[in-house]
Design a binder for this molecule. Sequence first.
Ligand code: NAP
Length: 325
Amino acid sequence: MRSMVVTTLGGPEALHLEERPSPALEPQSVRIEVHAAGVNFADSLLLRGRYQVRPRPPFAPGLEIAGVVRDVGAATSVRRVGERVIGVMRYGGFADEVVMPEENTYPLPDGMDFTTGAAFPVAYGTAHGALSWKAALQADETCLVLGAAGGVGLAGVEIAAAMGAQVIAAAGSDEKLAICREHGASVGINYQTDRVRTRLPDLAANGVDVVLDTVGGDAGDDALRRLAWDGRIVTVGFTAGRIPAFPANRLLLQNAAVHGLYWGEVAALDPQRVGRSFARLGEWYGEGRLRPRVATVLPLADAAHGIELLLSRAVSGKVVLDCRR
Ligand SMILES: NC(=O)c1ccc[n+]([C@@H]2O[C@H](COP(=O)([O-])OP(=O)(O)OC[C@H]3O[C@@H](n4cnc5c(N)ncnc54)[C@H](OP(=O)(O)O)[C@@H]3O)[C@@H](O)[C@H]2O)c1
């Protein structure tokens, strides 16, 4: 099997292609021929040893895959050889073959190709967990998505729109905001040229009901200042580099709540909950309400370039690796 491995923690350039014998099949595991693997911002953190999960090198990053089941362990009960699946991993997905627990695999939604399938689990699972499990977003509420053109962000825009909310996208360029509008946002804030807190009063006079925050920093601070009564912030990431603080008095005054979501850990601890989420998202996909945007598909060996594209903020939507190339 081929995989993109890091032997010394560092930047994307630390990744290199390795060929090694296929891993043994455990009783509760399945062997998957990986067709595509999604690239996530978290992969850049994993490589540097700065993610919540800190595997010791050598290891392959990669949190999500799509492919075909080629073998099933003796104690498995659900997956069948030849089935098309998606999978959620702690790491190890940048490979053309994986052996992983059956419980972390799910059917590829009907009508979805492998490339889209690899772009789907982390971004859509996280955004759905944030907006549904945590924020309990209601139709007709206002939802502000920070980092709205990123993987999780654009999924959040689509899911919030599918849930009937009015979506305000905040991103770092007008081009990115135009893409957010194509995916369901009704208005946008370019936080490179405007402060979120200055623009929001015009866009949501009573404040925003729900904030999906993937960036933190100034935008995260600003969102707290413009929360509606009963508002909810769900914090999922800090790509801006600074973790916002949430003064308790501001939460009290707006009768508001801040939720943290560590979706990757939910996926490990409660895979069935994630399965129910994927089933709902698969229905919405089938109805054409979700249109995952894959910006770039790269050969497996170009995984480092894929991560660099995310770090340079050059991407709207997802980067996917074609693991058959
Ligand atoms: N808690 C969880 O369970 C969970 C699950 C998935 C992801 N996450 C986290 O959520 C965040 C987003 O993940 P993702 O995979 O969606 O990332 P992504 O696709 O790379 O998107 C991140 C967005 O952040 C914005 N950004 C702002 N400052 C940035 C900077 N200095 N460098 C890079 N991007 C910057 C970029 O948009 P602009 O250029 O428009 O600002 C970009 O679109 C990450 O922090 C990730 O670790 C958490």
